[in-house]
Design a protein around this ligand. Structure first.
Ligand SMILES: [Zn+2]
Length: 168
């Protein structure tokens, strides 16, 4: 995710932004940080229940669209304040429990969609297939203008997007 965030991959490999050189993941974090800077993170949530409801509703829409049915559990990480991750092994999204004001973007719609895209795309990477899944989710959520901002930023950071600017 964004900012000083660590992500733990399925195999337990830890990636910390800013330490690695510009891998695709790091470039993607940098590209998506525009949404945080512009405060275009979608809805903000105030409880775990709200986040779980949102994920359930999104997965229902995903099912209607794709006929792929998934259930995803959202849990809180009470230890690490800066870690959000998607665990492919048991389809769980783990969100920091405490809403530190510096990291308030954790309890937002965009963050949940970012992590859901890992689970629905079945990938720990942020490569093209991942970005395509994320874009579909943003459209499904009605965040198409946020999607456009993200796509523009991703392309400015030298990465490909699945569709051209005029999306039709
Ligand atoms: Zn990610």
């Amino acid at each position: 995710m964004l900012g000083e965030v660590t992500e733990v991959n399925e195999d337990g490999h830890v990636q910390v932004r800013g330490i690695l050189t510009m891998t695709e993941t790091n470039r993607f974090y940098r590209a998506e940080s525009v949404l945080f800077k512009l405060d275009r993170m979608g809805q903000r949530f105030h409880s775990l229940e709200e986040m779980q409801d949102y994920v359930d509703q999104t997965l229902e829409r995903w099912y209607r669209e794709t006929k792929v049915w998934r259930q995803v559990k959202v849990t809180l990480n009470r230890r690490a304040k800066r870690v959000a991750l998607a665990r492919l092994r048991d389809f769980t999204i783990i969100i920091p429990a405490r809403r530190d004001t510096r990291f308030h973007y954790f309890w937002t719609e965009y963050l949940l969609l970012h992590e859901l895209a890992h689970l629905l795309g079945n990938t720990v990477s942020h490569q093209l297939h991942y970005r395509e899944t994320l874009c579909r989710l943003l459209d499904l959520a009605g965040l198409s203008s946020e999607k456009q901002i993200l796509m523009d930023s991703v392309m400015q950071h030298g990465m490909q997007m699945p569709w051209s600017k005029s999306n039709d």
